[in-house]
Design a protein around this ligand. Structure first.
Ligand code: 8DG
Ligand code: MN
Ligand code: MN
Length: 388
């Protein structure tokens, strides 16, 4: 039977990949609260609960209007009992006691600060927390052994926790374009991740690189990295080589978030545009990055003429480009639901490399994002509406 819908709510579908989720939405108070609970569940390594809170938040982002009362949520999917209780409390009292408690808890605050260090995941942060560490500076001063990523993460902590602007992403894009053209003329770069979804800022910049002639892209990444390093443009890089083989990684291997493209997690050294107040006005209310406390105690006056920026580079053979583009555009929940939709509703297996149809026992070979949506029986959702 059809669920009954509140007056304001059109039918919202249960998978994020069936819905249009714009960047700007009408329920930030509720989604911010649910995000805190999702993060906290993640810090407690309870992935199931974390995903449940994220799904609840994502469905609220797709609503065409602000929710004012619980009846407005009639027929809205993906809202579990716990999420509904939190929403109800916020609608009635303006805040949720549970969310406020989490925000004030020592564990949440410490886990948030520690996982904000590049190279530190939930497992490491949790171990450090149990050993008494609370702040990024504790990780520097405690004598813990830090890997190269974590050292860079601490060294550039302030910059890496200052949002990357679209202008900065475009500057990085010009550098990557120059590097790629220099080592492989005809190669093409595409901005993916949050910026492709229209976000004005991001925590990093994501690029996909390919070449129209299959095979030409092989071994490209180390050359790009060398070009960048020779010019002093990289503060950190870790390159992984491509290990995808259709024969062994195909249908037998379950679709997984980690893909096997040639890729580079890096930190760029981006020259700051020269100070010119007219050309670069500071947005009203925007925080000056230099004013934040640095674990290294760097002061505003010592701020160098460059900024550390996280950049992800991925190289895809052109035959897999559509999958890589779809997989690296996000959002993460949108990707998760695409794969879940494929498996549960279509008996297909979707990854950033391929689409396998278990009913026909064969690979499908779409050439564009639009064709992938069509083969999955989904309406095409443009990147700007994948902000689940
Ligand atoms: P932000 O950086 O603006 O904060 O947001 P984002 O651009 O959406 O997040 P992201 O962490 O940069 O991730 C961008 C997309 O890349 C996201 O949908 C998930 C995807 N992604 C990874 N790692 C991997 C991976 O190993 N394989 C695949 N296929 N995708 C990945 O972050
Ligand atoms: Mn990103
Ligand atoms: Mn990224």
């Amino acid at each position: 039977t059809e669920p009954s819908h509140g007056a304001m709510v059109p039918t919202l579908k249960g998978y994020a990949c069936q819905r249009r989720t714009p960047l700007q939405h009408h329920n930030a108070l509720l989604t911010d609260a649910l995000l805190v609970l999702a993060e906290n569940a993640e810090f407690c390594e309870d992935e199931g609960r974390s995903v449940a809170f994220r799904r609840a938040g994502a469905v609220l982002k797709a609503l065409p209007q602000a929710v004012h009362k619980m009846e407005d949520l009639q027929g809205v999917p993906c809202l579990g009992g716990h999420s509904q209780r939190v929403i109800k409390e916020i609608l009635e009292d303006g805040t949720s006691r549970e969310v406020e408690m989490v925000l004030q808890s020592e564990q949440y605050q410490a886990m948030k600060a520690l996982t904000n260090i590049f190279g530190v995941g939930v497992k490491t942060a949790d171990r450090w927390f149990r050993e008494g560490l609370r702040l990024p500076s504790d990780a520097l001063n405690s004598g813990h052994k830090l890997n190269h990523a974590q050292q860079a993460g601490l060294q550039y902590y302030d910059d890496l926790n200052t949002p990357v602007t679209k202008a900065e992403a475009d500057s990085i894009g010009q550098i990557v374009e120059e590097a790629v053209q220099a080592v492989l003329p005809g190669a093409e770069i595409t901005l993916t991740g949050g910026f492709r979804r229209g976000k004005p800022t991001g925590h990093d910049v994501d690029f996909l690189i390919t070449h129209p002639e299959e095979g030409k892209e092989e071994g490209l990444m180390p050359k790009v990295v060398s070009w960048l390093e020779a010019r002093g443009l990289l503060l950190y890089q870790k390159t992984n080589i491509n290990s995808y083989l259709e024969a062994t990684d195909g249908p037998a291997r379950p679709p997984h978030n980690m893909d096997r493209f040639e890729r580079c997690f890096s930190i760029f050294r981006l020259e700051r545009p020269r100070a010119s107040p007219e050309q670069h006005p500071q947005a009203v209310g925007e925080e000056q990055p230099q004013e934040r406390g640095s674990p290294l105690g760097r002061r505003a006056s010592e701020s160098p003429g460059w900024k550390a920026v996280r950049v992800d580079l991925v190289v895809s053979p052109v035959s897999q480009f559509a999958f890589a583009l779809l997989g690296w555009t996000g959002s993460q929940l949108f990707e998760r639901d695409l794969r879940r939709w494929a498996g549960q509703e279509k008996r297909m297996s979707l990854s950033s490399h391929a689409l396998y149809d278990s009913t026909q026992n064969r690979y499908l070979r779409p050439c564009s994002e639009a064709e992938i949506f069509a083969l999955l029986g989904l309406e095409f959702i443009p990147p700007s509406e994948r902000n689940a």
